[in-house]
Design a protein around this ligand. Structure first.
Ligand SMILES: NC(=O)c1ccc[n+]([C@@H]2O[C@H](COP(=O)([O-])OP(=O)(O)OC[C@H]3O[C@@H](n4cnc5c(N)ncnc54)[C@H](OP(=O)(O)O)[C@@H]3O)[C@@H](O)[C@H]2O)c1
Length: 332
């Protein structure tokens, strides 16, 4: 009997906020493997904010996701069949197979991973793209010095949680900004940040001022909007801002900067970056992050949706902050 592959396609482009109607679940037969090919059963699918940008028609730093094709995305899984000498059944791999249950490859675009000390799903989180993003923005842009104050927004999330823990390890005061008391408690008590400000509590600037008595030297920006406005107003002269993401504006809701003059008066360095353009740092970053996770010196949390069919709603929930830690979809 022919084995079927369930896939989620981008069915239409959002007008304003994205909805589940923009996606379509299909079943397609898996073609027999050709010589040189590998088949992978995906165990986890990564849901990431950048996917929202790809759903739009307009070109950003990357081309749009084509309509009618499998949604782009990082995956981890297990080789179930191989006609490629480099892979054998049972190998665990990280790849970009997208929102589908099986991936087929000629072997390119896949990396073998070792799950002896690092759980498979962590290769989509702290020991994967989000972890390297945190590592790059912190080390290469903010370049923290011991004793400085580093603030990170979306602090309980996949990227933010790593940023603050690495900043603490560099001897900095790490201050998070997150949505809600539960997330803030986790950021301080489990992740070990020095403080966390709940931007939903209604007193953002004053609370941030109290949490950053010496001002802010490094800001790792994941959100934009009012969170960026408030933090800009706390920046010390010659502070560095790693502009990683502006999720508050992704879902059809752009957020203008209120006080651009502060960039000049505080002589700030603001550097946007895309982690996939810095492949040279990935081996070093992944080695360091992998060791920290294996030694349980880097904490992380996951929100796991069950089954491919729940990927669209989990994705839309993440854009609204309903995830708590790295958003995954468990497929097996
Ligand atoms: N530049 C790059 O190469 C690169 C690579 C990876 C990720 N990123 C960016 O990094 C950021 C974090 O990504 P992630 O994968 O780690 O996601 P995440 O933080 O695990 O999840 C997204 C979080 O964003 C917060 N959020 C959503 N809407 C918000 C709003 N209107 N205001 C404030 N916060 C909001 C929510 O946390 P709260 O409940 O705390 O609000 C939500 O949990 C995103 O902006 C993403 O685009 C950039």
């Amino acid at each position: 009997m022919t084995q079927m592959n369930r896939q989620i396609l981008l069915a239409s482009r959002p007008e304003g906020a994205a909805s589940v109607d923009n996606f379509r679940l299909v079943e397609t037969p898996l073609a027999p493997l050709q010589e040189g090919q590998v088949r992978v059963r995906n165990h986890y699918l990564s849901l990431d904010p950048y996917m929202r940008g790809r759903m739009n028609e307009s070109k950003s730093y990357a081309a749009p996701q084509p309509l009618g094709e499998v949604m782009i995305g990082g995956t981890v899984g297990e080789v179930v069949e191989s006609r490629n000498p480099k892979y054998k059944a049972g190998d665990k791999v990280v790849a970009m197979f997208g929102w589908q249950e099986f991936g087929t490859s000629d072997g390119s675009g896949m990396q073998l991973v070792d799950t002896t000390h690092v759980p498979l799903s962590a290769y989509l989180g702290p020991v994967g793209m989000p972890g390297v993003t945190a590592w790059y923005g912190l080390n290469r842009i903010i370049a923290p010095k011991a004793g400085e104050t580093v603030v990170v927004s979306a602090a309980s999330g996949a990227v933010g949680s790593v940023v603050g823990q690495l900043a603490r390890r560099a001897g900095c005061r790490a201050v998070g900004i997150a949505g809600g008391a539960d997330k803030c408690r986790y950021v301080v008590e489990t992740l070990g940040f020095d403080a966390c400000v709940d931007y939903k509590a209604g007193n953002l600037y004053q609370d941030l001022k109290a949490a950053t008595p010496d001002g802010v030297d490094g800001y790792f920006e994941n959100v934009g909007g009012e969170v960026l406005d408030a933090t800009l107003a706390r920046m010390n002269a010659f502070g560095r801002i790693a502009l990683c993401g502006m999720i508050a504006g992704y879902d059809g809701n752009p957020q203008p900067l209120k006080y651009p003059g502060l960039l000049l008066t505080q002589r700030l360095l603001v550097q946007g970056f895309i982690v996939s353009e810095h492949m040279d740092v990935w081996p070093q970053a992944l080695k360091e992050l992998g060791a920290l996770v294996a030694q349980k010196q880097l904490a992380y949390r996951e929100t796991v949706a069950e089954g491919l069919g729940n990927a669209p709603s989990a994705f839309l929930g993440m854009l609204k902050g309903q995830n708590f830690g790295k958003q995954l979809v468990k497929l097996v």
